[in-house]
Write a protein that binds this ligand. Structure first.
Ligand code: CA
Ligand code: CA
Ligand code: CA
Length: 413
């Protein structure tokens, strides 16, 4: 998974980025502020220019167990220096757009920015279509890039008619992040919505105080900071993990599942004051909204060992799933057993895992002993349904002439 970070600059010499065997993986970087390839501090730069971006990168990408491990430490990174800390001018929005295009160009899956633009906009402009960066995020999400951005640190009130967002936090399909304390109470500074056209922003919150990351001025110290800036990378990391688990989720699906995972502590949902949105995001819950695949024991080894059956894809009506068999007998004709309950009966020297509700014979394995079956998950299954799968095939090397895979259980959300 590739995460693009739009920020002020990135000092990448800290030891948490250089654990032997787990170096920071930067696939592309560019300094759009100074129009050069070096995103770290350089002679002549403002001494604080790189501070913000370096802290954010540490939250995501650090990997030094026992010291600091970032929330998406195994991702690869695209670093886009787009924010000039010495001034606040509309041209910085153009740099942001260039950075976002750079992230798309270099294969980013997720973009995250803890940046906001308000000096030349009113809240009435934050209608999802007006700010330059907002339009850019709309285009990027339409192209399939998952975009996370900070709501802002402009504060909030309990009046649903007032808002304190910053662009591009009003983008149509971006995910805008607010901040909570470790106690799950909202952080005093976190910006409320809604957008000028009444949409819920921020959608979700993550922890945005007492957040640990690298101290950006040396290569060993750890620091602590607060802000929706520090909350947003946590959301981006969650989105990246979900992309890793479900690369087939598009922007709309990701949004839906991230939002559904969140739990506003009050009621009704979403927060009628537009501070909490749908609440604190829950990555495990988002993952389970697509159901789960579980490998079960069973089966009988053949000439290539135990055939391996794996499932992938969301167990949601109408969405695509794939069953993949490997390690089978090359060119064998296999049969798939599908059951709505486990049988776990002794069979041909092994275990027949599913009840035999459905039998699909004549499935041809290729010359490598593999087979992939794709279909749309059926409609009409109740919540928390369990479906069991196992594949068997003639194989003279098996103990009773029939090799069988492990069992596989699909549990619908
Ligand atoms: Ca530079
Ligand atoms: Ca600036
Ligand atoms: Ca308000």
């Amino acid at each position: 998974v590739v995460i693009g970070v739009l920020d002020t600059g990135f000092r990448t010499t800290h030891e948490v980025f250089h654990t032997p065997g787990h170096e920071l993986d930067v696939v592309a970087s560019y300094d759009f502020v100074d129009d050069d390839p070096e995103v770290g501090p350089e002679a002549g730069d403002d001494p604080d220019q790189h501070f913000h971006g370096t802290f954010i990168l540490g939250e995501l990408a650090a990997y030094e167990p026992g010291v600091l491990v970032g929330a998406a430490y195994d991702a690869a990174y695209i670093l886009a220096k787009t924010e000039d800390t010495t001034q606040e001018v509309p041209a910085e929005e153009d740099l942001y757009v260039a950075g976002l295009e750079f992230i798309e160009l270099n294969g980013g899956d997720v973009a995250t920015s803890s940046l906001g633009y308000l000096d030349w906009y009113q809240q009435s402009d934050l209608d999802g279509h007006t700010a330059v960066t907002t339009q850019a995020v709309n285009i990027a999400t339409a192209n399939g890039l998952h975009c996370c951005t900070a709501a802002g640190n402009q504060g909030h009130d309990l009046d649903p008619a007032t808002s304190h967002l910053m662009a591009p936090g009003d983008a149509l399909l971006g995910l805008t992040c607010g901040a909570v304390e470790p106690t799950q109470e909202y952080a005093s500074f976190t910006s409320d919505g809604p957008t000028a056209d009444g949409r819920v922003k921020p959608e979700v919150l993550t922890m945005g105080t007492q957040v640990k990351s690298v101290w950006p001025y040396d290569d060993v110290q750890i620091a602590e900071a607060a802000g929706t800036s520090t909350a947003t990378p946590m959301l981006a990391a969650i989105v990246a993990c979900l992309v890793d688990a479900h690369p087939e989720w598009g922007v709309a699906t990701m949004r839906e599942r991230v939002i559904k995972s969140a739990s506003y502590l009050g009621s009704p949902l979403p927060d009628p004051a537009f501070v909490y949105g749908w609440g604190i995001v829950d990555s495990d819950k988002a993952l389970l909204l697509a159901g789960s695949w579980t490998s079960l024991p069973g089966g009988v080894a053949g000439g290539a060992g135990l055939p391996l059956l794996a499932g992938s894809g969301p167990l949601v009506a109408g969405e695509g799933v794939t069953l993949a068999l490997t390690n089978g007998k090359p060119l064998a004709s296999a049969f798939l057993v599908v059951g709505f309950a486990p049988l776990n009966a002794a069979f041909k020297g092994g275990v027949l895992v599913p009840a035999v509700n459905l039998l699909l014979p004549g499935l041809p394995l290729n010359g490598a002993g593999a087979l992939s079956l794709s279909a749309n998950w059926p409609t009409g299954l109740p919540a928390a349904s369990k479906v069991y799968f196992q594949m068997w095939m003639p194989d003279p090397a098996a103990v009773a002439g029939l090799a069988g895979s492990n069992g596989l259980r699909a549990t619908t959300p």
